[in-house]
Design a protein around this ligand. Structure first.
Ligand code: GUN
Ligand code: FE
Length: 418
């Protein structure tokens, strides 16, 4: 990219309890797409001051990271009136079946990645449908979007409509092909081996998926401990194993590159297992509220070293706009959550969950220039000096999708509202 410096208010995470904020800040982007300087205007070093100057249209933040979302459910958002397993049968599987039609898959994929960028999300972990052709289409559109995308075909070999199930041999062969072509094809693309969840996968399929991920260094993504009925079904199908999480451990699916969505009803011994295997958890509060699945035990995670971040979980979540997911995180806790906590979980905390914290998640010198400019109501209502907390509150609790004004990935602009 052409190097430049962007002047404007700047907010960036340091930890769950500390953010840097400069009302007059600068982010300088080098030719390698990385941040050459990020900080207050008066401290701007000479090499950065030499770059062409631009004004930011809004508050500068790291791009949001969505750790869990379903592309083929984009058009099925907000179909209410059922708990998880009925909702899948009644609303979700029929919509995913439509992705056998490659032109429908193309249209939704284009729309989905455009909507992600317009929402200020620069990195996302995404589930496709089970169809190999639709997955190739999704990868093509992901590449075209210039976003950072982790993508996997949703694997099932039982307890789902016949249009969506495959034998383990077919699944693994098709995934192998997809991975050879797309995994790390560009800096910005990754494959995720994606067994949907234990109720729709045999041990044979999950074992094969784990070996495939291991062999190619892919991510693994799946669902766990989302709703009581789902947990009961997993236990029925694997009665010889001690817990739902143990099913995945036995399959070899748990490791540093594993993203476990939900995990809201985990027992202490399951949380021990997550800690021991270093897998990451994705909290999807909007989806949990929408389906009435239960409440994320935030306090239990506070005493643990488990990495976790936020996911929209569209279509159980109704939006890709991460500030709404951040808000939902607070509503679920039924306490007045400090805005740093959810904002961290959709930026630097999520980057850690992906082991990408040395590349993304904050506007720090040396990281990739994945950033957004957001229209922000930065009024404090008095003469008080504006703090990082005020700016974070505006983002988390007072923003809407149309406030996303500009989005860059590695210094390259991928969205503008203008
Ligand atoms: N569990 C298995 N599949 C799904 C899905 O598509 N959405 C959600 N929220 N939970 C799941
Ligand atoms: Fe999901």
């Amino acid at each position: 990219v052409t190097p430049f410096r962007l002047h404007g208010p700047l907010l960036s995470p340091v930890s769950e309890i500390e953010f840097r904020f400069f009302l007059r800040g600068v982010v300088a982007v080098g030719g390698d797409g990385r941040i050459a300087y990020s900080g207050p205007e008066p401290d701007l070093p000479e090499y950065a001051a030499a770059l062409p100057r631009r004004e930011s249209p809004g508050l500068l933040l790291p791009g949001f990271i969505d750790l869990h979302t379903h592309l083929p459910q984009y058009n099925a958002r907000g179909r209410c009136g059922a708990s998880l397993l009925e909702w899948l049968d009644r609303h979700i599987y029929p919509e995913e079946i439509r992705f056998a039609d490659a032109s429908y898959a193309r249209e939704v994929s284009k729309h989905f990645f455009r909507a992600l960028a317009a929402s200020g999300t620069t990195t996302a972990a995404v589930y496709c449908s089970a169809h190999a052709e639709a997955a190739r289409t999704a990868f093509e559109e992901a590449e075209r979007s210039r976003l950072r995308i982790i993508l996997g075909r949703t694997l099932m070999d039982r307890n789902a409509p016949p249009e969506l199930v495959e034998t383990p041999a077919t699944s693994l062969r098709e995934d192998e092909e997809l991975i050879s072509h797309w995994h790390r094809r560009t800096e910005r693309l990754w494959c995720a081996v994606t067994p949907r969840f234990a109720p729709s996968c045999s041990m044979e399929l999950m074992r094969g998926a784990a070996r495939l991920a291991e062999r190619h260094g892919c991510y693994v993504q799946t669902h766990v401990n989302e709703s009581p009925a789902e947990i009961a079904r997993a236990r029925e199908l694997f009665p010889e194993l001690g817990s739902y999480t143990e099913v995945y451990e036995t399959a070899g699916l748990l490791g540093e590159r594993t993203l476990l969505a939900h995990n809201i009803h985990a027992t202490e011994s399951e949380l021990d297992l997550c800690e021991r295997t270093a897998c990451a958890v994705v909290h999807c509060p909007e989806a949990n509220l929408f389906l009435g699945s239960g409440r994320f035990p935030l306090k239990k995670y506070r005493n643990r070293t488990i990495r976790y971040g936020l996911g929209s979980d569209v279509g159980a979540g109704t939006t890709l706009f991460m500030p709404q997911i951040m808000r939902s995180m607070a509503w679920v806790q039924q306490e007045n959550l400090h805005p740093f906590i959810p904002l961290y979980r959709a930026t630097a905390g999520a980057a850690e969950a992906l082991s990408l914290e040395r590349n993304i998640g904050a506007l720090d010198t040396g990281l990739c220039a994945d950033m957004i400019a957001m229209r922000c109501d930065l009024e404090t209502g008095e003469d008080a000096e504006l703090s990082a907390e005020d700016a974070a509150s505006a983002v988390v609790y007072r923003s809407q999708p149309s406030d996303i004004l500009a989005v860059w990935v590695a210094g390259e602009q991928v969205f503008s509202s203008a």
